[in-house]
Each structure stands twice: as C-alpha cells, then as structure tokens.
Design a protein around this ligand. Structure first.
Ligand SMILES: *Cc1c(COP(=O)(O)O)cnc(C)c1O
Length: 702
C-alpha cells in the first residue's frame, strides 16, 4: 500500500465506527492531533478534515507511525473480510437469515447523541456484536439532527437543556443514494399528508445502520422538524415519529432491495413496521387474516420496561388522525386497526398501545432479564387467556459490547495477559479466559490492584477536569477543585438516566450517617454522580438539584461530585474508574440495567438492589446485594427499608472489605471479589452472549 492508498484507507476507516471498539484505531487518529481530538470530541472524520493531506502524508513518513497505521488497517481489512465468523461456524442456517433491527434510538458513540439512555446503548451494542459475530444484520432508526439534549446546571442547581445541531459532513454517515447517484427519496403517509424522507448510512463494522431523515425542502417545516429531537415534543410528534420509523423503515428497506427474514422490534416504538408488512401483503391480494399470520412469522419483539409510562398509548382519535390516509391504503376499518393495539379489542375507549400491537404482530416476545420475564408475563397476562406462566413472553438478559466499553488501559492490560494472541477478539469474550482470573497464578493481586489505581486515577483526573471546565458562576464555586476526590479513596459511581424509579438520591436519605462515613480520615468514601432527567420530568430534575446542592453546600463537599451532561464518554470514564457501582432502583422496575455490567472487566464491583440483571448475576461473592427478593407494596416503606439496607451494606460490608489491607497495603478479600466478578460477569453479561441467544432462540426460528 503506498501513501495515497493508505490515506484512502484511513478515510474509509474513519467512516466505519468499528474504530469505536478498537483502541488502536482510536489511537492512530488521536495521535494526529491530540488537542484537536479532544476538541472534536473523539471524532476521526473531523480529525481528517482538520489535518491536511500534506500533513498526513508527511506524518505517514514516520516509520513508527506508519507501521502502527498499517497494523490497524490490516486488522480492519481482515475484520471486514473475515469468513470464519461465529455465525458461519456455529450457527448453521444463520447466514441465510437477514435481520432488520428497528430501534427509536441507537447509542454508538459520544459524537452521535441519538440515544436517550440504556435502550439506545443496548441497540448500539447489539449491532456491534451482530457485526462481530457475522450476522446478516442491519439497523433502522431516525436521524435526529439535534439529537438528545445537552445538559447544564444553572445557578439554582436546576437542569437546563440545549441542543447542538449535528453536521452529517463531520460525522461517519453517508447519504443513501439511488442508481443515479442522487439521494434516495422515499415517502410515507402521515395524517393527510405524504411526507418525503431521505436516509443516511452508518457503517458499524460489517453491518449498516440506516437513519431516516425528513429534513427535506419539499416537506412543510413541521415535518422537516419531525426528526429534530429524540423523543421530542408531544404525543402527536411521538406517533408521527413512530410511523416514520416503522412504516418508513420498511419502505426504505424495500427501496434498497432488502427483504429481511426477521424484523426485530426493539421496544414498542417500532411496532408500526408490522402494519406496513400487513399492508404489503394485503396489497398483493391476501386477506387481513392471512397477512397478519404471515407478518407474525417474520417479527419478534423485545419489551424493555415494566414502567407503565414506558409503553406508548395513543388516544383513538390521535391514531385516526395520524394514520388517516395510511388507514385507507391498509384497507382496514378503524375498528380493526384499533383492535390490534387493544387488550379488549371492542373496548372503544381503550387507547391504542404500541406494546399490544407488537405482541399481536410477533411470533416471539421477550423481556430483558429473568425477573423482567416474570414481571412481563404478569403485566400482560390480561391479554392472554392463560395461566401466567404460559403467557408467551420469554426472556433474554441484556449485555454490553465488551470491547466498546473497555477503557484503553484495561484493554492493554488484558491484551498483554492474552499475549497479543491472534484470537484476542474471541478470547476476550470467552468464559475460558475469564475463568482463569479466579486463579492467582495467572494474574497476581498486585497487578490487579495496580490496574485499579491506574483506572481510578484516570477517572479522578477526568472528573476534576470536567468540574474545572464547568462555569464557575454557580453556587459553591468557592470549592477548591484540586481538593476534590482522592485517588486513594473508595470511589462509588452512579450514572444513568434520572428516571425517578432509579432513585438517584436514595443513599442520601441517611445523610448524617453518610457524611460521617464519607469523611472518615482513614476510610474515606467519595461519590461521583452523573445523569440527565427527561426535559419534562420535574421530579427527576429535583433529584439532580438535591445532589448538586449537597455536593456544594454540605459537609460532604469534596466527597461528592455531579458531572454535567452525562453521555457515552462520561459513562466510559466512570465504569472504568469506579470501585463500586451503585444501583438502587425501586424493585421490580429495572427491567435489566446494563451500566453495572460495564464495570466488571475494569475490576469494579456492583452494589445493587436485587432487581433486573443483578437478580440473576449476584452469586453471593461477586459483589454486594442491597436487601433481598422481598419488597413491600407501599412505596414509602420500600424506600425506607432500601435506604437502611443500603447504608448497612456500605458500612458493614463494602467499606470494611475495601479498607481491610494486609501489610503490603493490598485488600486481599476485595480483590478476591473482583476476580470472582470478572470470572462470572464479564463473559456472561455481554452482547456476544446476548446476540448468540437471540440468534438461537429467535432469529433461527420459523
Ligand atoms: C450503559 C448506559 C446506560 C444504561 O444504564 P442503566 O444502569 O442500565 O440505566 C445509560 N446511559 C448510558 C450513556 C450508558 O452508557
């Protein structure tokens, strides 16, 4: 490869977000201009626009750099072209199945803020693993040109929101073109209008993610702005976005000549896709009944929450309005259409529920942890005339894309232990490798403890940097930021959406006792919080206000920080550096939770309510449990008991174990738990295992 070929290859590499899970690839872009790399928020496309061709050519004359570039480019080439994938090797029949995965949000990288939280991050991790494993898989979502909101905290410690316009030119996304080389335009009927849309393609390893975008001059402005914000606006915007995602998504696939065997609805938002599949079949002459049966054979549905507000319900009039013209093409009466989204079809006053539509139009449905499977069967039993254990909703526990979440020092650390084996990608996800960590001969306590220090230090430097950058005009700006956080102190993290059921401030219910615990000179504890409340969620914003206030005004100052504008980057730093990951949802409302899975490969330990994934992952030795399986129905009572249990586990288990050191200063019992957490959590709670399970249980079916 000569230099100009190398430059072309680097440009292709920048336009495939495979680099988000390859630390060496990130490294070669960063090295071109470390300061710009920070300024453009880790964006290779923007870096290559900044660095001129002449500069790049010259840099490639450095043999050391050129060599590393070559290694990465070879690895990328090998990845894209590989035939020896899991799908080919171990899942016979899978390569013939093409799968289209519809999700209203995808969390792929901090430069593409088109996700609101865990649901989107899960979708991003799903497609990354589908690529790794060699599935014939594509994703469908919307291009929100202002994405999810950016958060700042004002002088009243109140969350305020603003939006940044995303510029496709600066992002690894390409317009989808027709045969004439012009943007491919499709249409979808919304209300009484025909709305045009174009689309973008993001390369995710070997898979494509398509983003539907209505921002076209031929559309009236309210339709141009339909894809402005993630979950923006009222329920009218919501239903229109969902028509665009579901119906528009199928239309786009057809325009691309794709004919998927499986349509996977990630949450009910995507369920209108089934209407379009029914319409296609009826247009070809089938009856409604036949069309529904045939559609069901192709669809599978994953439900993600037991929280009622998480299930879209639309008033019959709104459905009539939004599907006005579409309904006529569909050839169904309004009543027949409404019946697809109702528990009691003939109940005229019942709203149209997207989850019910999804359940009615799928051959298989699942919750996202064992406990959530149970809860979902109870929740939807009303729809089926069967005993609760026969309700046809199974479960596949969520996971995370391990390498995408692994911090660079941790990746180097494990890569060295694997002796840079060619099989690194396979090994790092394998049970076999992680089982070895339980063995002190494979890796010493000292090495593991050094890794913890390194990662904690990196987080603390990062957190201080963020706090210093934040505007100083706020309450409490007298704080000396350099005194914030200590690299020796037990560091507890909490970062996720500030949905109220997650109870972010629960640990402060025992404030006096907690302050005393935190400020113990010999055994200090510090907390790092981050998270966004939905713009319409005032209670969530009060939670943020309470925590930010505490971080500045009380005796706990210096031991508690809130980092603004939580996103994937902050998430990555926190899951690397925290010793303990706190998770205290109101059971059983956390369907799975995934953030706690991200910490295990970094040596962090979970301290969690027995809800979601932790209910099945906790084995008594791989972390800490807050309370047990029982919970009272009364919410105040539940909060009180849980906060007491939380305080007890912190003061009696977590802190003593962390600070119980031997003469070399090493917490042996703590490290034993770290080892056991790595061995039991890392190979199991990742999206390789998850996508394999989806493949075997659902994608290969029918
Ligand atoms: C992992 C992740 C989540 C999910 O966190 P939960 O604990 O499951 O709520 C949310 N947001 C971001 C940015 C994440 O990386």
């Amino acid at each position: 490869m000569d230099i100009s070929e190398t430059i072309t290859a680097l440009n292709s590499l920048a336009r495939n977000i495979w680099w988000t899970w390859n630390q060496d690839a990130r490294g070669i872009f960063e090295e071109l201009s470390p300061r710009t790399w920070l300024n453009v928020y880790h964006n290779p496309v923007a870096i290559l626009r900044e660095v001129s061709k002449t500069e790049l050519k010259t840099r490639l004359l450095e043999p050391e750099y050129a060599k590393r570039v070559k290694v990465v480019l070879d690895e990328f080439q090998e990845y894209i072209g590989r035939n020896d994938t899991w799908a080919n090797r171990e899942a016979s029949g899978l390569e013939e199945k093409s799968i289209a995965y519809f999700s209203a949000e995808f969390g792929l990288h901090e430069t593409l803020p088109i996700a609101a939280g865990g649901l989107g991050v899960l979708a991003g991790d799903h497609i990354k693993s589908a690529s790794d494993l060699g599935l014939n898989f594509c994703g469908i979502t919307l291009f929100y040109r202002e994405g999810y909101f950016q958060q700042t905290i004002n002088q009243e410690n109140w969350q305020t929101e603003y939006y940044n316009q995303l510029n496709p030119k600066n992002l690894p996304m390409d317009p989808v073109l027709n045969e004439q080389g012009e943007p491919l335009i499709c249409t979808v009927d919304i209300a009484t209008d025909t709305v045009s849309f174009r689309s973008w393609r993001i390369n995710v390893g070997r898979c494509a993610l398509y983003l539907v975008d209505t921002n076209l001059p031929e559309n009236p402005s309210h339709y141009r702005d339909l894809t402005l914000h993630v979950y923006g606006g009222d329920s009218t915007t919501r239903i229109q976005q969902e028509i665009l995602l579901g119906v528009g998504g199928v239309k786009l696939l057809r325009a691309l000549g794709r004919n998927p065997d499986v349509f996977h609805m990630n949450e009910g938002h995507a369920a209108f896709l089934a209407l379009e599949l029914i319409r296609e079949k009826m247009a070809a002459g089938s009856s409604f009944k036949e069309s529904l049966t045939a559609t069901r054979k192709k669809c599978i549905f994953t439900t993600h929450t037991p929280v009622s507000a998480g299930h879209d319900r639309f008033h019959p009039e709104l459905v009539g309005y939004a599907l006005n013209r579409y309904e006529k093409h569909l050839g169904l009466t309004h009543e027949d259409l409404m019946a697809l989204g109702r528990i009691v079809p003939e109940e005229d006053s019942e709203d149209f529920c997207m989850t019910v539509l999804a359940l009615n139009t799928s051959r298989a449905a699942n919750g996202v942890s064992e406990l959530h499977g149970v809860v979902s069967r109870e929740m939807w039993q009303c729809k089926y005339n069967t005993p609760v254990n026969e309700v046809p909703i199974g479960h596949i526990t969520n996971g995370i894309h391990l390498l995408g979440w692994m911090s660079p020092p941790a990746r180097d650390f494990w890569q060295q232990r694997l002796k840079n084996s060619d099989e690194f990608y396979e090994q790092i996800n394998s049970q076999e490798f992680w089982s070895k960590i339980d063995n002190p001969e494979f890796i010493s306590d000292e090495e593991l403890w050094a890794l913890r220090y390194r990662l904690r230090r990196e987080l603390i430097d990062f957190a201080r940097g963020r706090l210093i950058d934040a505007p100083r005009t706020r309450e409490g700006d007298f704080i000396n930021y350099d005194r914030l956080l200590k690299a020796d102190a037990l560091t507890i993290g909490f970062a996720r959406r500030f949905a109220t059921y997650k109870r972010a401030p629960l640990v402060f219910d025992q404030l006096d006792k907690l302050v005393k615990l935190s400020k113990d000179i010999d055994r200090p504890v510090q907390f790092i919080f981050a998270g966004k409340a939905h713009p319409a969620d005032d209670e969530g914003k009060r939670f943020i206000q309470k925590i930010v206030h505490l971080s500045k005004q009380t005796e706990i100052a210096g031991h508690l920080v809130f980092i603004e504008n939580y996103d994937i980057q902050i998430g990555r730093m926190l899951v690397g550096g925290c010793d303990v990951w706190l998770n205290n949802p109101r059971r059983p409302l956390e369907a799975s939770g995934t953030s706690g899975m991200k910490i295990a490969a970094h040596g962090g330990l979970n301290c969690s309510i027995m809800d979601g994934w932790w209910r099945e992952a906790f084995d008594g030795k791989n972390g800490f449990a807050i309370g047990g399986d029982e919970h009272p129905d009364n919410v105040e009572e539940q909060d009180r008991i849980d906060s007491e249990n939380l305080y007890r586990v912190l003061s009696e288990e977590v802190i003593p174990t962390f600070y119980n050191r031997d003469s070399d200063g090493i917490p042996r019992a703590w490290i034993k738990k770290m080892r056991h957490a790595m061995a039991t959590i890392t190979p199991q709670y990742n999206t390789w295992r998850m996508v394999q399970e989806y493949s075997q249980k659902y994608y290969l079916g029918e």
